[in-house]
Each structure stands twice: as structure tokens, then as C-alpha cells.
Design a binder for this molecule. Structure first.
Ligand code: FAD
Length: 329
């Protein structure tokens, strides 16, 4: 680990004023410290944000919920408003990591956790995400866990978060603040596809801090489901995950959200494919039609073609469980 300076500001503008290209904010530290120990992240200055007043969950005037960036993954998952109104988010959080990690992990940090690509974590091999221009051994190497959507010649890594898949399905909005002021970013636009710059995971500028994540009023509480498929039953990242949410009038689907995890550089959603289900009965055949419309654009690598079949089955099952009232909670 490289030497670094450390500051612990107690207000947001102080934190932002300290930030720049060679600094990193640190919240729970559950990802950043691992990256520093492996010499993958080498910040010169750590700005500890755990003293900032960003730990509240409160209702918004429009009936939604504003989640402070420092709310832990555990507190968020078990918060009564989230459990009752946004069970999809609660399930996704509880599918991630372990109880100890969820106690430390923050809402802002979860959005910014980095890929779990084996080559990214191995500082002895090239990786365009770690060292731009050095190459991507995953493209023709061990690519079983890699992307089937939106990859580029430079990078085939996937985004590992569970929480973010539910936030995409729920149409969340990210609140950020930098030296030039505050702004909001639609969740669908927050993370980037790799393109020619896989070193950049998201749209944040160096001095921007995530202050909160906002959920709109509609939580799909009656009919939603998060399904995570992984190599082990717990404490493993998703091969494929599905956040499914339905709004129904009797048996007819009036609104649908399907977001996928483990398949792209960002949580993945295809609104055109979702449109296939609107106005149709909530049946396995119609769920399969949505899955086929979504997956027709998948481009597998040598070892991850299985993800297409797996995603199809997972989408059908997640939507079926959502239509039946979600999983037992
Ligand atoms: C063994 C293990 C298993 C895991 N399994 C899963 C899993 O199954 N599913 C899953 O979703 N996750 C999993 N995780 C990842 C875990 O959820 C993340 O590490 C955690 O959410 C990161 O939050 P943090 O507060 O610890 O972030 P930190 O490590 O403190 O920071 C991570 C990044 O976010 C930046 N950052 C933090 N807060 C802010 C902010 N407010 N504004 C701007 N930048 C900020 C930091 O600069 C850093 O770049 C696992 C982690 C481990 C170690």
C-alpha cells in the first residue's frame, strides 16, 4: 500500500474543496481499502466522509424517499419504509455481501464499487480499466463472469452491485454536489459503458460527492422480486440477477420494470423489451416474450454464452414470482 494523507472534514463543502484527481473519498472502506492493499488504487489523499451529515432517510415532498449517501446497506435494507414500500430494494441489498459488510458498506460507496473482473484485481497482468491502453486479457481469456451486453474491445467487465440493479428498476435519481454546485443524475445515466475509456465507471467529476439517492413514490410493493443467481448460495457476486417489478390491473400488466445485474458494465435495462409486456396478461409465455426481446441483443464471449439461457430463465421466474406477490418476505 502506498503512503497517503488523511483528512476527516465535517461538512460537505469542506470535503468537496479537498477533492481532486489524486484524492478519494472513503466511506465504509470495504472496496477502496481492498483496492489500495492490492496496489490497484493509489490515492495520495483519503478524505474520510463518515463525519458528514449524510446518514438520514426521509420522505420527499413528492411522496418518495431520500436516502443519505452514508446510510449503511444494512440500515437501508431493514428500514421500515424501504421494507414496506420498496421491498425490491430491500431484497437486493440483503442478497449482497455478508451482514458484517452490509453494516459497513454505504449507499454512495455501493454505487461506486469497482468491477470484480479477475484481471482488474491482478496487478501483474494488463487491464485497460486499471492501466488505460495496456490491453484486456479477459476478452480472449477467462471470461465466464463477464459482459454479454454493451462491452467494448477495451473492456468486457461487469458492474457487481446488487443494490444498483434494484435502483435502476425503481428509476432512482442520484444527488451529487461538487465545487460548481449540486445536480441530479438519472440512475440509468449514472454508470457508463466502457467504450474507449473503461477506466471511467460513471459520470462523476473528481470533486463530486454523492450526497443522496432519491426513490420516486412508486415502489411496486405488491408485485416485485429480486432474483440473484450465483455460484454459491451466499457471499458471492451475481452471474445474473434480475430486479422485476409489475403494476397490474387484475391479470393485465400496466407497467413493468426488468433490470439485470452481472451482464454489463452497468446495471442493464431495455425499455423497448419491457414494452412487449404492457397490456398483456401476466403469463409465463408473455414473460418469455419480454426475455427474448431483451436477450436478442446479447453478445456472448467464449465462456459466458450460458448467461443468455440463465438470464432468460431468471427473467421468467422473477416476473412470475413478482406477479404472484413477490417472494415470501
Ligand atoms: C467479500 C465481499 C463481498 C461482497 N459481495 C457483494 C455482493 O454480493 N453484492 C454487492 O452488491 N456488493 C458486494 N460487495 C461490495 C460492497 O457492497 C461494497 O464494497 C460496498 O457497498 C462499498 O461501500 P463502502 O461504503 O464500503 O465504499 P468505500 O470502499 O468506502 O468506497 C468505494 C468507492 O466509492 C467512493 N465513495 C464512497 N462514498 C462516496 C460518496 N458519497 N461520494 C463519492 N464517492 C464515494 C470511494 O471513493 C471509492 O472509490 C462485497 C464486498 C466484499 C469485500
Amino acid at each position: 500500500m502506498n503512503p497517503f494523507n488523511y483528512s476527516k472534514p465535517n461538512d460537505v463543502s469542506q470535503a468537496i474543496n479537498l477533492a481532486g484527481p489524486a484524492t478519494r473519498f472513503i466511506a465504509g472502506g470495504t472496496n477502496l481499502l481492498d483496492l489500495m492493499k492490492e496496489n490497484i488504487a493509489r490515492p495520495e489523499h483519503l478524505i474520510d466522509i463518515t463525519g458528514l451529515p449524510l446518514g438520514d432517510i426521509r420522505e420527499t415532498p413528492s411522496g418518495g424517499v431520500l436516502i443519505g449517501a452514508l446510510v449503511s446497506n444494512a440500515d437501508l435494507a431493514w428500514h421500515p419504509q424501504i421494507e414496506q414500500r420498496y421491498p425490491l430494494l430491500s431484497q437486493a441489498l440483503l442478497a449482497g455481501a455478508s451482514p458484517q459488510l452490509r453494516n459497513m458498506a454505504s449507499t454512495g460507496g455501493n454505487l461506486l464499487q469497482r468491477t470484480r473482473c479477475y484481471y482488474f484485481y491482478d496487478a501483474t497482468v494488463p487491464c485497460n480499466k486499471r492501466e488505460p491502453g495496456s490491453g484486456c486479457p479477459a476478452r480472449d481469456g477467462l471470461n465466464r463472469i463477464h459482459a454479454i451486453f454493451g462491452a467494448s474491445d477495451e473492456c468486457v467487465a461487469t458492474h457487481p452491485s446488487d443494490m444498483c440493479v434494484a435502483l435502476l428498476a425503481l428509476d432512482a435519481v442520484v444527488h451529487v454536489q461538487g465545487r460548481s454546485g449540486e445536480r441530479t443524475i438519472e440512475f440509468a445515466d449514472f454508470h457508463r459503458l466502457p467504450g474507449a475509456h473503461p477506466e471511467r465507471d460513471n459520470q462523476l467529476a473528481d470533486d463530486e460527492l454523492i450526497t443522496a439517492v432519491e426513490l420516486p413514490a412508486q415502489g411496486f410493493a405488491a408485485n416485485s422480486n429480486y432474483l440473484k443467481i450465483r455460484d454459491r448460495a451466499s457471499y458471492a457476486f451475481a452471474l445474473v440477477s434480475v430486479a422485476a417489478a409489475l403494476e397490474m390491473d387484475g391479470d393485465i400488466v400496466t407497467d413493468v420494470r426488468v433490470a439485470l445485474g452481472g451482464v454489463a458494465h452497468k446495471p442493464w435495462r431495455d425499455q423497448e423489451a419491457e414494452g412487449v409486456l404492457i397490456g398483456k396478461a401476466a403469463s409465463a409465455d408473455h414473460f418469455a416474450a419480454l426475455a427474448d426481446a431483451l436477450l436478442q441483443h446479447a453478445t456472448p464471449l467464449e465462456h459466458n454464452g450460458f448467461k443468455i439461457k440463465l438470464a432468460r430463465r431468471a427473467i421468467i421466474r422473477a416476473l412470475s414470482d413478482a406477479a404472484a406477490g413477490g417472494r415470501a418476505r
